[in-house]
Design a protein around this ligand. Structure first.
Ligand SMILES: Cc1cc2nc3c(=O)[nH]c(=O)nc-3n(C[C@H](O)[C@H](O)[C@H](O)COP(=O)(O)OP(=O)(O)OC[C@H]3O[C@@H](n4cnc5c(N)ncnc54)[C@H](O)[C@@H]3O)c2cc1C
Length: 566
């Protein structure tokens, strides 16, 4: 179902041609359509591939504005073109993929603009690794919603996906840290979005321009559908599915905040050209409780008890991930300096022994406690260990960050390892990010396992166990039609299961091509119609990343799936 298509003529307008020659004169940055560039930007880390017609590297926000104005005018003249913003391209959903214009920020729009106490202002193309280096050096703080891809991804994608990660358990997701966004709207105009009080909102609504119209229409939509929107809010701790309509109006603070819609909107409502983000000082000392679990039945109890001890993060990985990591230890440790390499190699000896003797735990849980002193952190880890005494589990306390490093390395590297090493098989994220409330584990997990068994898949599970957010990554040969059909069969079953427990079909990775057609499973048709209305308010000509969040079809999934491994 595609609610927005109802307003668009069924006969597609002709696709705009010769885009490079028409865009180059209006852009200071680069406009390329050579084969190597097209190939490079035809993939992200999802199961999809789409070749852009042209790739644009803007120099500044004015370039972005010129490009959007150009595409807006094309669409009004009846030619079909659209823009998919792209930061580092590590998206797992096909979010930045397009067959039209790929707008890439990492080449030029990659400047840190300001760092102060508790905030940092950056262009969308700043890699997170550079952002964090600067914020730590200049304010001793960081953006705690960084994803596991922290070494690879960039600020634009972090905001546009509403990313979360290992610290989300304590600190929440990116939406909590967005103070202000500078954006280009779908008519090419520029706007600054931030929380507004009642007076500021009235002033905005009085504006006679497109921004004013957006404020008027979104305000009406949110007010008229307040009850439906309120009850659609997912009850889980993390959610990136759909548009966060329930967060726009904050009755307690008396604010109206459109950044709540842009954050997590995957470039479908506006293009972010500058982000002002809050940063926090995390605690200085850490100790980790590692739990080796062989009996999955006791998982819910273990999770519950450990959570009461307030870990900063609570992560996990399964036996398949464990075995994979041991198999590729040389590759993992090769990324580090010689000293760290030797330390890690030595630290991994017990894991190698476990694999050699066939006694691999079903699940490894890592609960890390962060406090102001090393003693306090250790005390919390010990309390957590005491809270699960009596259960049939092996535990270990890593007292220092060096001792915890190998567990973090396995957890953080798991998806990259799968992507690099499984020749002939593709790490296929399509049920990669479901979330349910931990209370539902006892019913949910057996049902999930039964579904996965039915499909005889080879898969790994890692994830944010404290947030009940599971990253299930099957390994598949996408060249095989059977495998592609399996994806289409299994995905809705898993999403229905997550919906049955009032969970989310995506906690952090977002919708993209892979989940947009299934949003109605989670939210129902009424809320999806509201999403389509939001899209139409912000982007009436459907030129910003069409088919993501609204209007995506199962056919899009079928036709965009990668067919070969190269
Ligand atoms: C190994 C690995 C681990 C991962 N772990 C996590 C995790 O723990 N948590 C998590 O949330 N995600 C995770 N991801 C997914 C992804 O890395 C993150 O969501 C990341 O924040 C995306 O950033 P990016 O710069 O690569 O974005 P891109 O892939 O470039 O884009 C992501 C989306 O944002 C849109 N976008 C990009 N720039 C802009 C802009 N300027 N304006 C508007 N829209 C824009 C794109 O169109 C796209 O829809 C992981 C991916 C990998 C490969």
């Amino acid at each position: 179902m595609n609610p927005i298509v109802g307003d668009i003529p069924t006969l597609s307008p002709p696709r705009a041609s010769n885009l490079r020659d028409r865009i180059a004169p209006i852009i200071k940055g680069d406009v390329l359509d050579d084969i190597a560039t097209i190939k490079k930007y035809s993939r992200d880390t999802s199961i999809f591939e789409r070749s852009p017609a042209v790739v644009v590297f803007p120099k500044d926000a004015e370039d972005v504005s010129s490009l959007v104005r150009f595409v807006h005018d094309l669409a009004r003249a009846g030619e079909r073109a659209s823009i998919a913003p792209r930061s580092a391209g590590t998206d797992m959903t096909g979010g930045p993929l397009t067959d039209s214009i790929s707008l890439v920020f990492t080449k030029y729009m990659n400047h840190m603009l300001d760092v102060g106490p508790g905030y940092a202002i950056a262009e969308p193309g700043v890699y997170y690794r550079d952002f964090e280096r600067e914020t730590l050096a200049r304010s001793g703080s960081l953006l705690p919603s960084y994803p596991a891809s922290r070494q690879l991804c960039a600020i634009g994608g972090i905001v546009a996906n509403n990313a979360g990660g290992e610290l989300t358990l304590r600190y929440g997701k990116t939406d909590r840290y967005v103070r202000e966004l500078e954006v280009v709207l779908s008519d090419g105009s520029r706007a600054v979005l931030k929380p507004l009080n009642a007076d500021e909102l009235s002033q905005k609504q009085e504006q006679g321009d497109f921004e004013g119209e957006i404020y008027r229409k979104v305000h009406t939509l949110v007010a008229e559908n307040a009850d439906a929107i309120g009850s659609a809010r997912p009850t889980v701790t993390k959610n990136s599915a759909g548009y966060a309509l329930w967060d726009v109006l904050d009755k307690e603070r008396g604010t109206f905040d459109l950044t709540k819609l842009i954050t997590g909107s995957q470039g479908t409502l506006a293009i972010i050209t500058k982000a002002n983000l809050a940063t926090v000082k995390t605690k200085a000392h850490r100790a980790m409780l590692v739990v080796f679990l062989t009996d999955i039945q006791i998982l819910p109890d273990i999770v519950h008890r450990v959570l009461t001890c307030d870990p900063e993060s609570f992560e996990s990985y399964d036996d398949q991930t464990f075995k994979l990591a041991v198999r590729f230890i040389p590759q993992i440790i090769a990324q580090f300096g010689v000293l760290q390499m030797l330390k890690l190699a030595f630290a991994f000896l017990p894991e190698m022994w476990l694999v050699a003797t066939g006694v691999v735990p079903k699940l490894v849980l890592m609960a890390e406690f962060a406090e102001d002193s090393a003693d306090e952190a250790l005390e919390h880890a010990r309390d957590a260990r005491a809270s699960i005494a009596g259960f049939a589990v092996r535990t270990k306390i890593a007292k220092t960050e060096t001792q915890a490093a190998k567990y973090w390395t396995i957890r953080r590297e798991s998806f990259s390892l799968l992507r690099k090493n499984m020749h002939g098989l593709y790490a296929a994220p399509f049920i990669d990010d479901i979330v349910v409330h931990p209370d539902n584990y006892p019913q949910f997990l057996p049902e999930l396992n039964a579904l996965l068994r039915e499909h005889h898949l080879l898969y790994t599970i890692a994830g944010h166990i404290g947030d009940a957010n599971f990253h299930i990554i099957p390994l598949m040969n996408l060249a095989n039609e059977e495998a592609r059909r399996e994806i289409l069969e299994l995905a809705p079953k898993v999403y229905r299961l997550a919906a049955k427990y009032k969970g989310s079909i995506t906690g952090e990775h977002n919708d993209g091509i892979v989940r947009t057609p299934y949003l109605s499973i989670m939210y129902g048709e009424n809320i999806c119609t509201l999403f389509a209305e939001v899209k139409k308010i912000f982007d009436p000509l459907n030129i910003l990343n069409p088919g993501k969040k609204v209007g995506g079809t199962i056919r899009d999934i079928e036709t965009s799936m990668i067919r070969n491994r190269t």
